[in-house]
Write a protein that binds this ligand. Structure first.
Ligand code: GUN
Length: 284
């Protein structure tokens, strides 16, 4: 008998906690502020950015959106980041990725003051995570950990397999599972006999961006399966990296798409922005 992990419900709880803490901060005259930069017209990015603004409103943050045209130059984008680094009421800076191909995301990330880097993409923050001494965790992997915690399953000693090795999800995800004493393996497109590895996973996190790639024969009985995918199936319908219908009966817990990891990412961004505001005001 599988149970569905309700990402919307866990996300609501995290946001409510952030809202309450924000209320307290406001009594001290501090309002957390988030700047979101988006370049170009990518429709998926537009939706994400709108949801981030909405979440800011829900928890009581100040937010500013910078929608820049597709033909923005690297210099213009860099200058905006530098300006935001210097603005006191902006505690967090997020540049929505992917950027149009003529722009270098590494250059932008490197320019964000690490203490305002609420994505935790800056090399200083990535390094801090590696040694387990960090201010911010990257939003999606941190959200996945919250979902795993919500099941009550103890990660210690479990075999965790992360599918995908991106800087945004796969690599930090493996590190967070390791911090909680899982035995972690990362598999990717060049892994030989991938299914033989995933079949051993007590906790399986799929972050490869391939619709319904994970099938029942790749999953261990009783596994906790977390689906980070945001893909489209053959009919253009939103789905995950996991073939939910085929896999669910083998799982102890499984996340749906939509309504699983997606809502968590934004809640963790709110949490990071709150932390950033606290640190910048000498409270943390
Ligand atoms: N694009 C997809 N996911 C993310 C994210 O977590 N942060 C940013 N900045 N861009 C993204």
């Amino acid at each position: 008998m599988y149970r569905i992990i309700d990402g919307k419900a866990v996300s609501r709880q995290v946001k409510e906690q952030v809202r309450l803490e924000t209320e307290e901060l406001k009594k001290k005259g501090i309002t957390p502020g988030l700047a979101v930069i988006i370049v170009g017209e990518d429709p998926a990015s537009q939706v994400y950015v709108r949801n981030k603004e909405k979440a800011c409103e829900e928890v009581g943050f100040y937010s500013e959106k910078f929608a820049l045209p597709e033909n923005t130059t690297q210099q213009e984008l860099n200058n905006l980041v530098k300006e935001l680094n210097g603005r006191k009421e902006i505690n967090g800076i997020l540049c929505q990725l992917p950027l149009p191909s003529h722009l270098d995301d590494k250059e932008v990330i490197n320019l964000i003051n690490p203490i305002k880097d609420v994505d935790a993409f800056h090399p200083v923050n990535v390094g801090a995570i590696m040694i387990g001494d960090y201010n911010f965790l990257p939003c999606t992997p941190a959200g996945v950990m919250e979902l795993i915690h919500s099941t009550g399953v103890d990660v210690t000693g479990k075999k965790a397999v992360v599918m995908g090795r991106s800087n945004i999800v796969g690599k930090p995800m493996a590190m967070l599972l390791l911090h909680e004493n899982a035995t972690v393996e990362i598999v990717h497109s060049k892994t030989k006999d991938l299914a033989s590895v995933t079949r051993e996973a007590d906790i399986l996190v799929a972050a490869i961006g391939k619709a319904k790639f994970v099938t029942a024969d790749m999953v261990k009985d009783g596994a906790v399966v977390i689906d980070v995918g945001m893909d489209r199936d053959e009919n253009g319908k939103l789905c995950g990296d996991v073939d939910f219908e085929g896999v669910k009966d083998k799982c102890s817990y499984i996340t749906p798409v939509p309504g699983g990891v997606g809502p968590m990412t934004i809640s963790m961004l709110m949490k990071n922005t709150l932390t950033a505001a606290e640190i910048q005001n000498g409270i943390k």
